[in-house]
Write a protein that binds this ligand. Structure first.
Ligand SMILES: [Zn+2]
Length: 102
């Protein structure tokens, strides 16, 4: 499993930092700028890693998910819990009258 990698660059000083996450996040939290101790306000913004761009399909999907995940989720709504429905139908089937009850 590829680990989602998010790369950030400071708007003010250009310092870069990387964030690894366990799961794909549509809105990863930016790290603090490594040069922040020098004072002032440093804002880290997400950049696309040159390496990640050419890695695997999974990475590209992760990137697309990060970019568009929120919009897609909003458009599609929550994914139905198939397992829950399957269990529910299993229960209902058990309560149906069998051939001997008719
Ligand atoms: Zn900075």
């Amino acid at each position: 499993m590829p680990v989602p990698l998010y790369e950030f660059q400071c708007k003010q000083c250009g310092a870069k930092d990387e964030v690894f996450t366990r799961t794909v996040q549509s809105d990863p939290k930016p790290p603090a700028c490594p040069n922040l101790k020098s004072g002032g306000e440093h804002q880290m913004r997400r950049i696309v890693s040159m390496f990640a761009r050419h890695l695997t399909v999974a990475d590209q999907l992760a990137e697309a998910e990060a970019k568009w995940g929120k919009e897609v989720d909003a458009a599609m709504g929550p994914e139905p819990d198939v397992g829950k429905y399957a269990r529910r139908y299993g229960e209902l089937a058990k309560n149906l009258p069998g051939p001997d009850d008719l």
